[in-house]
Design a protein around this ligand. Sequence first.
Ligand SMILES: Cc1ncc(COP(=O)(O)O)c(C=O)c1O
Length: 393
Amino acid sequence: MTNEQLMTGTQKYLMANYGRLPVAIVSAAGATVRDAAGREYIDLFAGFGAAAMGHCHPAVVEAIRRQAGELMCVGNLFTWPSQVELAERIIRHSFGAGRVFFCHSGAEANEAALKLARRAAGKGRYKMISFTHGFHGRTMGGLSMTSQTKFHEGFEPMVPGCVYVPFNDAPAVERAIDKETAGIIFEPIQGEGGIHLPEASFLARLRELADRHKLTLICDEVWTAPARTGQWFGYQHYGITPDVITLGKALGGGVPVAACVAREGFDQVLTPGTHGCTLGGNPVCAAAGAAVMKLIESEGLVERANQLERRIREMIAAAKLPNVREVRGKGLMLGIEMAKPAKEAVAACLAKGVMINVTADTVVRLAPPLTIEQGQLEAALKIVLDVLKAMPA
Ligand SMILES: Cc1ncc(COP(=O)(O)O)c(C=O)c1O
């Protein structure tokens, strides 16, 4: 089928909830993606960061193949090796001691965290504090904790008790806490809201306030982990430890596996019957996740994210673009804030064979696979910088 036929089929049979680009993708390997006409693109966005190992990484494909031939689904009344293996690696690289709940999407992981926070807080305490520019998913819980009200339109009322506070404003957080507050949720880098970073001192205050008021401090790592920001988990940049982290996107190397991870002390709040997910951590997705964690270890991808960040920043600085306001982010989660709305850069780059993304109107997002070849990254970035240079200042 051609790109046009596939777009026509998409318009006819799929709900129109996505603003799709007019290209149908049929195959991909590493950072190279092919469309139905056989045209190749270099992927600098990796499907919202999810294809962090590169597309169809052989080790991930092999883990899926092997597991699919052995066991695909038995249900969480039983257990199986791949989810134990994945959970052990997540805990080893995060809290050192704690437990994992598996599900399929970042929003579901945040739902689990919301329920955990309410249950940990006890009866009558149900409120969640979250931040301006934040994003926590599209389920009613995730949406309610998302402060950007444009996403709420048509879906109100939201889940009760969600309180929005300016990001990096610790006194405002303190004022927002009352007897009914159960938890605080933040992103270690705000992804969808435009690549905004917290100050370390702000997160230290959140930690203090959570301890003082016995709140669950949740770090939403759906965009930032594993390894994307140049640490295994984004919170590790800031010298604090949250009580819960939520993971999704890149964890499965391209297949859906997400997790709500609680440190010791919060990891026994969800008891039998209080929460569940039929296919959560299913053998195939968990095997893919375990393969991802092993690759990050064996290929040194945490350090690689830092090394490639340095190269990207060097190239952006050398290009001396007059219309760039700021470059924000860490590792391979970077945003170039443009002086003017920059949405048209997406189509312009696509036409030249490079995939990027623009969020919050003016922020060009780069989130290539962590495995991208440096030469390929440089070639693609040069195209992006030429496109940005040609835009109005
Ligand atoms: C920080 C954050 N949390 C949660 C989500 C929701 O993840 P999912 O789309 O897998 O439900 C997203 C999605 O972009 C996100 O960026």
